[in-house]
Design a protein around this ligand. Structure first.
Ligand SMILES: C[S@@+](CC[C@H](N)C(=O)[O-])C[C@H]1O[C@@H](n2cnc3c(N)ncnc32)[C@H](O)[C@@H]1O
Length: 230
């Protein structure tokens, strides 16, 4: 049950033909944030928005060529049923995962975690998506990197995870956010170690840690962190 103290930060609606993929995100910080009521994740099966008895979500391209494209009709019907088409407010975004999209970055995650209430993510699959989805239904395309995956489910999970950890209250210790890579205030992360101070391998090696970290001298440790941040 959501914790009554928090107001839901961001609601995510994910449109996919592979809803079972999302069990991977129902863990850890994301799960905890959902339990606290900081986020809400709803997974919608695009097959539920088809009208034919075979629940078809893809078809061959008019231009010919290999592969199938995701059809516009189920996506359109899903967006209408979610109330984000034809109109949506400025704190709602509808995005499509795409290898050709805008590169997903920490600064966008930061912006959206603070400035959006609702994010609808359409997961592409097969050879791609009928281009009218891009032309008429969405606010933008997001790529998680310069490579091609089989589907938009992993990219969608990356978007959800990276936004969730930036929502106030999602992390047990908010100081961890300041120390993170890509944080603009720090813009770097230094190497970190935990016990044991000397790790002995079965091959007879001993891997220690920088001695300064055991010195107890906080000033020197801070200097060391700055020098070793990248
Ligand atoms: C096999 S890919 C389609 C690749 C497409 N034919 C192309 O050449 O760009 C299927 C779907 O996976 C998703 N996808 C693949 N790579 C991605 C990436 N780097 N970032 C975001 N989504 C990606 C997109 O939703 C895409 O429609």
């Amino acid at each position: 049950m959501p914790h009554s103290f928090y107001i839901v930060g961001v609601k995510f609606d994910i449109l996919t033909t592979f809803p079972e993929s999302f069990s991977a995100i129902q863990q850890s910080i994301v799960k905890r944030a959902e339990n606290k009521g900081l986020i809400e994740i709803k997974i919608h099966n695009l097959r539920d928005f088809t009208l034919d008895k075979h629940k078809t979500t893809d078809d061959s391209p008019f231009s010919g060529g290999a592969g199938m494209l995701m059809k516009i009709e189920p996506i359109y019907a899903a967006l209408k049923s979610l109330g984000v088409y034809p109109n949506r407010d400025s704190r709602t975004k509808v995005i499509l995962t795409s290898a050709k999209g805008m590169l997903w970055k920490q600064s966008i995650a930061q912006d959206w975690s603070q400035n959006l209430d609702r994010i609808v993510i359409i997961c592409g699959h097969y050879e791609g998506v009928d281009h009218r989805v891009v032309e008429h239904l969405i606010d933008g395309e997001i790529s998680i990197g310069g490579y091609v995956l089989s589907g938009g489910e992993i990219p969608a999970m990356i978007v959800v995870d990276s936004i969730t950890r930036l929502i106030d209250g999602a992390l047990g210790n908010t100081l961890s956010l300041l120390d993170e890579s890509h944080n603009e205030q720090m813009d770097a992360e230094y190497p970190q170690y935990t016990r044991p101070a000397i790790f002995k391998t079965e091959e007879g090696q001993e891997w220690g840690i920088p001695e300064i970290l055991l010195s107890g001298d906080h000033k020197k440790i801070e200097d060391w962190k700055k020098r070793n941040s990248k």
